[in-house]
Ligand binder design. Structure first.
Ligand code: ATP
Ligand code: MG
Length: 402
């Protein structure tokens, strides 16, 4: 992947991606960087053939032919965790006049549309004969001459022309976009995320993927109490977050017999909590199968009866793995804001039944005790029911390009 030649890329446009937090990683940095470059290659796949290489915390992406979808790649790359910022750029020879030529050709329209500008240069190739200030002044002078309508404004310019003197070539760019931030997906290991059709769990998945977790999704499905459409909705949500999370598998767990058994054998006020204990147990079985070391849920403290502290004590008590609840301290409004940003909001709010809403108790117990649940569970064979559900999981693969 690493290309170490000094040819100037001859493509009209390419991308420079600045790596974010992982540059702080010291000894592990190489591993993080390799992971990020692997993720980048995979995410670019639907947009055509690209050459990628990295050097000094920058990933370089060059289209290899005319069929590449540059706008698609540009959008897609903004969702890859691990990059702090991205620029579309033109490469040029490392020569002061070549820089100006590239500016003129590549940024002509931006220069015509702006009234004020400044040039900012960065020189990481210390063999370049000018300082960055000298280069900015030189190219800035030529720009002012060629575009007499422009004036220099160093404090608040409409257009900032960036020149970079790097290892392989010079680069000219103007409009950087913010990267997705975070750490490369997979660099923190794998976790199992409980994905319902609501607002919170897709946001929770996004937040944990941002911290470098690769996610395996689990959805509990109670056909015919919940419809095929409800399942499709969950798969749609998984698709919507996969540009952030990468390829993922959704485990559809048949949950009907468990819910019917609960209705027969569990006192109504405890129904939801008992059901959620099943969810945690089966999710942990999935985690063991795929080598995951945590569970992720979209619980938010106090949002509903099953999300009181005591309720979470009861659900957490049945699993050995840590449970990550990234939205635990967030208000609905804050969660909605992220859902809108990542594009899951519209799908999440579509009306549907979840298995949690099908048998909602009229008076749920809000402060259950672990001992009460343990007593209730003596009335039914939860081990066998967990195993039965686990053995009939349907696994569906989701890729970002689907
Ligand atoms: P969401 O908006 O994510 O649906 P919620 O506020 O509706 O959450 P609950 O229905 O109590 O809350 O569920 C809490 C969490 O339990 C969810 O965020 C999700 O992680 C998990 N969960 C609930 N229902 C399911 C399901 N059918 N399949 C998988 N996970 C579920
Ligand atoms: Mg829900």
């Amino acid at each position: 992947m690493q290309k170490l030649n000094t040819d100037v890329p001859v493509v009209p446009e390419m991308f420079l991606l600045k790596m974010g937090e992982l540059v702080l990683k010291g000894l592990n940095r190489k591993t993080f960087e390799q992971r990020l470059m692997g993720n980048l290659q995979r995410r670019l796949y639907p947009y055509g053939q690209f050459r990628t290489y990295s050097r000094q915390s920058i990933a370089y992406v060059e289209p290899m032919n005319e069929d590449c979808d540059l706008d698609g790649a540009w959008e897609g790359m903004q969702k890859i965790f691990g990059f702090a910022s991205l620029s579309r750029a033109r490469a040029c020879r490392k020569d002061k006049d070549a820089f100006f030529e590239a500016v003129k050709n590549y940024l002509h329209e931006d220069l015509m549309n702006a009234r004020t500008f400044k040039v900012e240069s960065k020189r990481s190739d210390k063999h370049f004969p000018m300082t960055s200030i000298e280069l900015s002044q030189y190219v800035g002078g030529l720009i002012a001459e060629a575009y007499p309508h422009l004036t220099v404004d160093v404090h608040n310019p409409e257009l900032v022309v960036h020149l970079e003197v790097r290892d392989f070539a010079g680069y000219v760019h103007a409009n950087a976009a913010q990267g997705a931030g975070g750490l490369p997906v997979g660099s923190a290991g794998r976790a199992v995320a409980l994905l319902s059709g609501g607002l919170d769990s897709p946001v929770a998945c996004y937040m944990m993927a941002k911290r470098g977790l690769a996610l395996e999704m689990v959805h509990f499905f109670s056909y015919p109490y919940t419809s095929e459409e409800a399942k499709e909705k969950v798969l749609d949500l998984a698709k919507l977050i996969s540009p952030y999370c990468g390829r993922l598998t959704v485990n559809i767990v048949p949950f009907t017999s468990i819910q019917e058994d609960l209705r027969r054998n569990c006192p109504e006020p405890y129904f939801t909590i008992a059901m959620r204990r099943y969810m945690m147990r089966i999710s942990e079985m999935v985690a063991d199968r795929v080598g995951a070391h945590a569970l992720v849920t979209g619980e938010s403290l106090g949002q509903v009866a099953s999300q009181t502290m005591e309720a979470m004590e009861c659900t957490g008590a049945v699993c050995r793995l840590p449970v990550f609840r990234p939205v635990i301290g967030m208000d609905k409004e804050e969660i909605v804001k992220i859902a809108r940003k990542i594009g899951t909001f519209e799908t999440s709010i579509l009306p549907y039944e979840d298995c949690c809403t099908v048998f909602t108790p009229r008076h749920p117990r809000t402060h259950p005790k672990v001992s009460e649940l343990e007593e209730i569970e003596k009335n039914y064979n939860w081990q066998a029911l967990c195993q039965e559900a686990f053995d009939h999981i349907e696994r569906i693969q989701i890729r970002p390009q689907d």
